[in-house]
Every structure is written in C-alpha cells, then in structure tokens.
Design a binder for this molecule. Structure first.
Ligand code: ATP
Ligand SMILES: Nc1nc2c(ncn2[C@@H]2O[C@H](COP(=O)(O)O)[C@@H](O)[C@H]2O)c(=O)[nH]1
Length: 207
C-alpha cells in the first residue's frame, strides 16, 4: 500500500539511516544534529523497549506498551513498524510531519525492515547504510556499550549478519558508509548530505 500522507508536506528530502545495531548510527546522527541543529530534525520513533539510562521519553523514543503501539498501528498512525530484538519499533506519521512542518531535513533511524517498508511509501528519502568494519568490531562495540542482555546481544548480532548482506543488495542504498574511524565516517556522511544541507540553509536564510 502506498502512503502519501507524509508526501503532502513536501519540503527537503528526508534521510534514512539504517544498519546493524551498534554500527554507530545514533553516534553519527547526534554529531550531525549538533553541527546542523537548524537543518536536521529527528523523527522520534515509538518503541516497546524500556528506556536506557540517559534516554528521554519524547526525545529518543516515545516509550509505549505493546497494546498502545498495536492500537496505533491498527488505526493507521504509522508509516512503518517492525519487530526487532523482541520489541516493536515504528515511525508514526506525526513524527515525520512534526519535522517537515519546520522545513527541516527529517532523519529516520530505522532497521532494514523499516527500509523495505519505507520503500513502499511516497516518502522518497536518501537511503544511507551505516556498516561496522567487521562483526568482531560490532560485537565489541555492543558489549562495551553495556546496554544489552546476552539474549538481546545475540539477537542483534544475528540481525546484523542479515543486515550486512542486505546492504550489499544493488539499488537498496544510495550510499553505504563503513564506520571504522568515526571522523572519516562522519566526513562521508556530511559529504553525502551536502547538497540537501546547502538547499535548506539557503531557504532558511531567505525566510
Ligand atoms: N567509529 C567508532 N569507533 C569506535 N566506537 C564507536 C564508533 N562509532 C560508534 N562507536 C560506539 O559504538 C557504540 C554503538 O554506537 P551507536 O549506539 O551509535 O550505534 P547504533 O547503530 O545507533 O546502535 P542501535 O541501532 O542499537 O541504536 C557506542 O558505544 C558508540 O560510542
Ligand atoms: N523499523 C524501525 N526500526 C527502528 C525504529 N526506531 C529504531 N529502529 C531500529 O531499531 C534497532 C534497535 O534500536 P535500539 O534503540 O533499541 O538500539 C536499530 O536498528 C534502530 O535503527 C523505527 O521506528 N522503525
């Protein structure tokens, strides 16, 4: 089913950041939003997972129960949703519209099921995959982050193997960035988005 709800508010092209859990998506997007706070806006997803220390409801995620999330999906409030590592995650139409209403570039941090589902909509984002240099490095980053139980970690590593193969499928991603050295990966991300950043800066200056 194609969903044109979010297209109706056409502005700058949204950006999808995807890739294995632990690859460094949040780290990169936080750097981007810090440097360009008046250019990018984060699409705050809903999730049924518990908040991690330091995470804020309404900023990092909207933390909801499975029942509330399912009710929202049934009502048609979500552009996409997925089950990941034992929890539900989803992008609401409101999350994207809130950012687009401010004429900012909307960034979605979503898994590969989300990528497949967004491709069925009219959102037409720039698709960027953030990949780790190796499974070994990914596992170390996830373990060092100390956010996952052993069960969750194993689920995430299993999903990561599938994701790494998915990122090689021709035509899925506009750009695949290997996040080995953080500064280099960030440089590549900025380079990829430079045209859109320049457009938004120009619009913001003239308004
Ligand atoms: N280039 C890098 N070198 C070393 N450590 C890194 C690098 N990039 C990110 N990290 C670290 O790796 C861990 C995972 O990064 P991050 O939380 O950004 O991943 P993520 O892709 O957003 O994961 P998730 O999908 O689970 O939210 C963090 O502790 C972060 O500080
Ligand atoms: N399909 C979707 N995936 C999402 C969404 N929000 C986050 N995610 C992805 O979930 C995993 C795990 O995230 P974590 O915060 O629990 O580590 C990660 O790959 C995210 O990209 C969403 O709205 N839809």
């Amino acid at each position: 089913m194609r969903d044109s709800t979010t297209k109706a508010m056409a502005g700058p092209r949204p950006v999808v950041l995807s890739g294995p859990s632990g690859a460094g998506k949040s780290t990169l997007l936080k750097k981007l939003m810090k440097e360009y706070d008046s250019v990018f806006g984060f699409s705050v997803s809903h999730t049924t997972r518990k908040p991690r220390p330091g995470e804020e409801n309404g900023k990092d995620y909207h933390y909801v129960t499975r029942e509330a999330m399912q009710a929202g999906i049934d009502k048609g409030d979500f552009i996409e949703s997925a089950e990941f590592s034992g929890n539900m995650y989803g992008t609401s139409k409101a999350a994207v519209q809130d950012v687009q209403a401010k004429n900012l570039i909307c960034i979605l941090d979503i898994d590969m099921q989300g990528v497949r589902n967004i491709k069925e909509t009219d959102l037409s984002p720039i698709y960027i995959s953030i990949q780790p240099p190796s499974m070994e490095v990914l596992e170390k980053r996830l373990r060092d982050r100390k956010t996952e139980s052993e069960e969750s970690l194993q689920k995430r590593l299993h999903a990561a193997k599938v994701d790494m193969e998915f990122s090689k499928e021709p035509g899925v991603f506009d750009v695949v960035i290997v996040n080995d050295n953080l500064d280099e990966a960030y440089g590549q991300l900025k380079h990829t988005l430079l045209e859109e950043i320049t457009k938004v800066k120009k619009i913001n200056m003239s308004s």
